[in-house]
Ligand binder design. Sequence first.
Ligand code: AMP
Length: 208
Amino acid sequence: MKLIFLGPPGAGKGTQAELTSQRFGVAHISTGDMLRAEMREGTKLGLEAKAYVERGELVPDDVIMGMIAERILKADCAGGYLFDGFPRTIAQAEALSKISDIDIVINLEVPPEVIVRRIGGRRMCAGCGACFHTSTFDGDFCDKCGAALYTRDDDKPETVANRIEVYERKTKPLVEFYQKLGLLRTVDASGSPQSVQERIDALLGDIR
Ligand code: AMP
């Protein structure tokens, strides 16, 4: 199974991608997580990406495509993979079509007030990158690895506004791109992670 999760910041792509990857035993490829890991480790790529990520801008397509081309060759991708936060531009989608086929694109749709609420309460683990929300988890340390939780710099309100604007301008055209290819399925992504997961499972039943 090769799948893409599409949707604005705060739609729940990371949460649903993680749940789906566990249930179907496919690799979870999050370009945002990969970039944050590079930034934490202070690699050349991480330093290059930092300025873009902190402003809520997109990292250049060639940098992202280099990461993806390498990632999908890893052993854990042999049984399939799902992309979370990639592709984010038409150029990335076109480049992807040259290196991988895709079975389905799940477009997570949420109203603006849900986006604001979800991003506002989001906390990340500095150790393993797990994602939490203050409405369901009130600790300061990760329950998986014990490291401290923090608020992403790019989750600050002024940066979030830019990320949403960038989504509308550069990423939303992918909805039509994948619709034309007959791959797009739109899911109502408001509600609990569990209820959204059930809607996604219903779509994936045929593909497994
Ligand atoms: P995310 O964790 O998916 O919200 O991504 C966080 C940030 O990483 C984004 O706001 C971008 O700056 C950068 N980023 C992640 N994925 C991509 C991508 N596919 N193309 C360009 N920039 C990306």
